[in-house]
Design a protein around this ligand. Structure first.
Ligand code: NDP
Length: 342
């Protein structure tokens, strides 16, 4: 944590490279990429605090962080995040921790005079059977997917917190809805990981074990969109610097590539990149989740932003990172950033 500044700044709602920015969740997939992108864009006054210093589910600790560091802007990338299995096993933790983190950061940021904040939601906030691609205006128009409903409800509450503050008090708290993310620093622990890093891990391990069969959940038919986390981070810096929430009809904006693949196509791509030559076995008894999740990214495109990684390039760089940074630790049985379920 950095030391306090002598006086509170004037808070322009759009952020400049001299602004002090708090990146909450800077050790995570998104937070670390946002931190990298801000440093790469010339920001030098960045505030971070690890969970050991400040547990963001603790209101008093969060208040102290905001009051002592007095950031001009906040990127809220701290959350309890996980795949279908973790959401299924720990629904209470997913709704509780996310509600607590959002309420504490958003309300304490407001009380500390922060005018600019980016809240990270997720594409799972949209109804399970909403028309595709998903437009921002489809929020709260139908029933949510069962498998991650507690998490999604917490994220929707976070959106309402930000939108209500904007409407009542004129803050500029923007809600960004990223699609499925992946990239360097991802979580490769099979108990808590998302589908893409889980596939990389499974194919990598199976290749190392003589190209044994790889078991994958579900039928392989659902379609998903994937965005490289460095593309997301670039988009967030772009939004921080140049897009006021008041110009967004719903106060929120989708961030994705606008292209999807079936889980079966994804598995074949990962298999090819990893170089696994054994069979793939599907387990249709396991849940598929939402049949299709593709974001409508028309709003972001109209603002002039486009992603830079193709899916193949992105998976190659991620696999390279996994092999060099994480794979050696796999031999000891503790792969990925999160060796245990949180
Ligand atoms: P990670 O799990 O990689 O990172 C979460 C971060 O939050 C970590 O830095 C973690 O710290 C921190 N954190 C968790 N609980 C607490 C706490 N109680 N107090 C302080 N810090 C805490 O998640 P992602 O980076 O993947 O996700 C970040 C955001 O992006 C989330 O809001 C998520 O909903 C959103 N998002 C992610 C997607 C994805 O595919 N990953 C897709 C769409 C949206 P530590 O490392 O110490 O545990």
């Amino acid at each position: 944590m950095k030391s306090p500044r002598p006086s509170a700044p004037a808070h322009p709602s759009l952020v400049a490279k001299t602004s002090r920015v708090l990146v909450a969740g800077h050790t995570g997939l998104v937070g670390s990429a946002v931190h990298r992108a801000l440093v790469g864009s010339g920001y030098s006054d960045l505030v971070t605090a690890s969970i050991d210093d400040v547990d963001l589910t603790d209101q008093a600790a969060t208040r102290s962080l905001l009051r002592t560091t007095r950031p001009e802007a906040v990127v809220l990338a701290a959350a309890r995040v996980g795949g279908i299995l973790a959401n299924f096993r720990h629904p209470y933790a997913f709704v509780h921790d996310n509600l607590a983190i959002e309420l504490n950061i958003v309300s304490e940021a407001f009380d500390a005079g922060v005018r600019r904040l980016i809240f990270l939601g997720s594409s799972c906030i949209y109804p399970r059977l909403a028309p595709q691609p998903l437009k921002e205006e489809y929020l709260l128009t139908g029933l949510l997917e069962e498998t991650n409903r507690p998490y999604a409800v917490a994220k929707i509450a976070g959106i309402e917190l930000c939108r209500s503050l904007n409407r009542e008090f004129g803050t500029d708290y923007l809600c960004a809805m990223p699609t499925n993310l992946y990239g360097p620093g991802d979580n490769f622990d099979l108990a808590t990981s998302h589908v893409l890093p889980a596939m990389i891990r499974k194919f990598h391990d199976a290749k190392a074990n003589g190209n044994e069969p790889v078991q994958l959940w579900g039928t392989g038919t659902p379609r998903r969109e994937f965005l490289h986390v460095d593309d997301l981070a670039r988009a967030l810096v772009f939004l921080l610097e140049s897009v006021s929430t008041a110009t967004l009809p719903e106060g929120m904006i989708n961030i994705g590539t606008g292209k999807d693949v079936s889980i079966r196509e994804l598995s074949e791509l990962v298999q090819r990149i990893v170089g696994h030559t054994g069979p793939i076995e599907w387990d249709p008894a396991k849940p598929d989740g939402t049949p299709r999740k593709l974001l409508d990214v028309g709003l972001l495109r109209a603002l002039g932003w486009t992603p830079s990684f193709t899916l193949e390039e992105g998976i190659r760089t991620t696999y390279e990172w996994y092999r060099t940074a994480t794979a050696p630790r796999c031999a000891g049985g503790a792969p990925g950033r999160h060796a245990t379920e949180r």
